[in-house]
Design a protein around this ligand. Structure first.
Ligand SMILES: Cc1cc2nc3c(=O)[nH]c(=O)nc-3n(C[C@H](O)[C@H](O)[C@H](O)COP(=O)(O)OP(=O)(O)OC[C@H]3O[C@@H](n4cnc5c(N)ncnc54)[C@H](O)[C@@H]3O)c2cc1C
Length: 279
């Protein structure tokens, strides 16, 4: 496990909050905003949910006292959406208020498709209390065209990603080509009709298209990438004057996140095995 954690450190700041604060400071020093996430998901008991709420309140306090530029991104299943969506909302409200007190945006991650409706519902309730709320939408889901339209209408912030969860063919595109096509189509919509959205991708093709669209539609947006992925590209975007943020996950429950990162880039498995053998 220790060896695995050492390898996971590329994508995960560490198990402790101080690790995330350190990585966030480093990101800020490189001109990048931090988007911190405390790892954990699929909670079905209230005790870990309520511990999560306290953790995020402490985290926002630490970000404030350490002068970190950026914000947090919450996973709905970590806040109890699988128990009850109204309960999850009630747990997020103190975090929203803490983010609001400092003028920070509050982002919601998007998880498996069976949580999309509830996540959007929660985001909409949060928006009634504070207008700087953003939600992630996944290009692999067939429903996303409609969700983007609805979220633009509600002036929600939108983070467009390809989607990291395995879904059925009823609700999701399966091939890379279909997902990429959908992503490019959603980029057009965002640049044409939205503002303050995030282009969440490391894919050079998606990023090049976003840069072209940004030339034609000068609207405020940011590039969002994961910790440990394409650092030279992040630097290049900052140097070109773009707003860049980095998703910084931390916490003891790092294994599911780490597995998703390995799955989407199998060559990482080869690198990992090689690093173990060479040790
Ligand atoms: C900020 C952020 C937040 C996210 N939040 C969510 C969320 O809430 N819900 C969710 O489902 N998913 C989320 N994701 C994950 C997302 O859905 C994808 O799984 C992940 O970003 C991989 O897709 P991709 O667009 O980067 O490109 P991929 O399709 O994975 O990669 C395409 C190409 O990008 C390039 N590339 C990718 N990685 C590297 C690398 N390490 N080095 C060099 N080139 C590389 C390669 O050319 C590769 O062929 C988030 C991603 C980001 C960046």
């Amino acid at each position: 496990m220790t060896l695995l954690l050492r390898f996971a450190h590329q994508w995960v700041a560490g198990e402790a909050m101080e690790d995330a604060i350190q990585v966030a400071k480093d990101a800020n020093a490189r001109g990048i905003d931090a988007l911190v996430n405390h790892l954990g998901e699929h909670y079905r008991d209230k005790a870990p949910v309520e511990a999560t709420t306290r953790e995020y309140l402490r985290l926002l306090g630490a970000m404030s006292s350490e002068g970190i530029r950026g914000t947090v991104s919450l996973k709905p299943t970590q806040f109890g959406v699988l128990i009850d969506k109204a309960y999850a909302l009630s747990q997020m409200i103190p975090v929203l208020d803490a983010a609001k007190a400092e003028g920070r945006v509050l982002w919601l991650d998007m998880e498996n498709a069976h949580t999309t409706d509830d996540t959007i519902w929660i985001g909409e309730q949060l928006l009634k209390r504070y207008d700087r709320v953003g939600m992630c939408v996944q290009a692999n889901l067939k429903r996303t065209t409609g969700d983007i339209k609805r979220l633009i209408h509600e002036s929600a912030r939108i983070r467009l990603v390809k989607g990291a969860y395995k879904e059925t063919s009823e609700v999701a595109y399966a091939t890379r080509a279909e997902i990429d096509r959908a992503y490019l189509m959603h980029l057009e919509t965002l640049f044409g009709r939205a503002r303050d959205f995030a282009v969440g991708s490391h894919d050079g093709r998606m990023i090049r298209r976003a840069l072209e669209l940004a030339n034609d539609h000068p609207t405020p947006f940011e590039f969002a990438m994961l910790q440990g992925v394409r650092d030279p590209l992040k630097r290049e975007m900052v140097e070109q004057g773009h707003h860049v943020s980095e998703y910084i996950p931390y916490g003891p429950n790092w294994l599911p996140y780490f597995s998703r990162r390995l799955r989407e880039r199998p060559r990482n498995i080869v690198t990992m095995v090689r690093s173990f053998v060479e040790d």
